[in-house]
Design a protein around this ligand. Sequence first.
Ligand code: KG4
Ligand code: ZN
Length: 357
Amino acid sequence: MHKSRSVAGTNNKRVTNDMIILGIDTSCDDTCAAIVQDGKRLLSNIVNSQVTVHHEHGGVVPELASREHIRNIVPVVRESLRKAHLTNKDIDAVAVTVGPGLVGALLVGIYFAKAFSYANAIPLLGINHLEGHILSIFLEEKSPPFPFIALTVSGGHTNIYHVRDFGDYTVLGKTLDDAAGEAFDKIAKLLELGYPGGPVIEKLAAAGRPDAIGFPRAYLSKASLDFSFSGLKTAVALYFRKWCDHQPKENKIKIADIAASFQAAVVDVLVDKVVAATTRVGVNSVVLAGGVARNTYLRSRLQSVMAQKGIDLFIPGPEFCTDNGAMIAVAGYHRWTRGEGDDLTLDARSRFPVDQA
Ligand code: KG4
Ligand code: ZN
């Protein structure tokens, strides 16, 4: 279907018909570019994190994120090519996140991808960021059979999907307010632990007792697979205020107990709703993805519950859980094999439900 060319190194004469895709993601605070062959084989994966820029603000500042992406996009793509021992000419298509995300940030990646596609006369593929997270598992050696349930938990989204095939997704549940990662970030800010909140809360929680404080679990209606974390956030804030008033007097509850009890409240709801989803649609495989999937407490709790139920659990490696260009290249590959593609009118979509991808 497309040309044969030499890949992987200037002296390497290996000729392949495999599709090599450059994947770009600038949806939030990481400038990401990766190169993936045949929707599976990772050739390079570069992530330039802006954590130090946003850390002092306790969260992502959209204008600063856009400015950093502008500064970083060219060196990051160049590095992805260098690491893969490739040049522009070896790339068969460019896939880029179009949403959901911060519009100003998304536009940097989109305009770069348009220029790259035009200059190299290769296809342009606009990708839904959440589809990228769902498909990140296909970068691993062991990938799930269809159909499966996917729980994507990130800074902006908490969703449960029924995944029937590449490009065939039904949303079974979503957050009605804060995303799980956002709750971690907000609680970390409250406890003055910095940004991003997930890793610092997890570290602190390891020294605390998950059952020390009975924070609320919002299950909503019994049949609901939706989430709500704003009530939990308020409960932790109120508790913390009272707790501070009693410091440094004898207090049996430590700050690590607050972190551990908060984490347990989030994880309990996530695990229970995933179990309910597998029962509802009758699948034997579950995928956990997104930045919060790096959380070892969540990973191990889900692992043990799924093992009890005889359901196979698939979790991408940590580098594929948080935002990356590789998952965008994977999603691009499958769009391309379906004969889909975009033209230069491609635009950013701050809101972009995955079932419209
Ligand atoms: O997927 P991601 O990189 O970006 C979005 O698409 O939002 O997810 C980032 C989110 C942040 O909210 C961060 O606090 C959270 O993932 N996160 C974690 C952990 N590592 C990152 N949350 C809990 N535990 C972690 N270890
Ligand atoms: Zn993400």
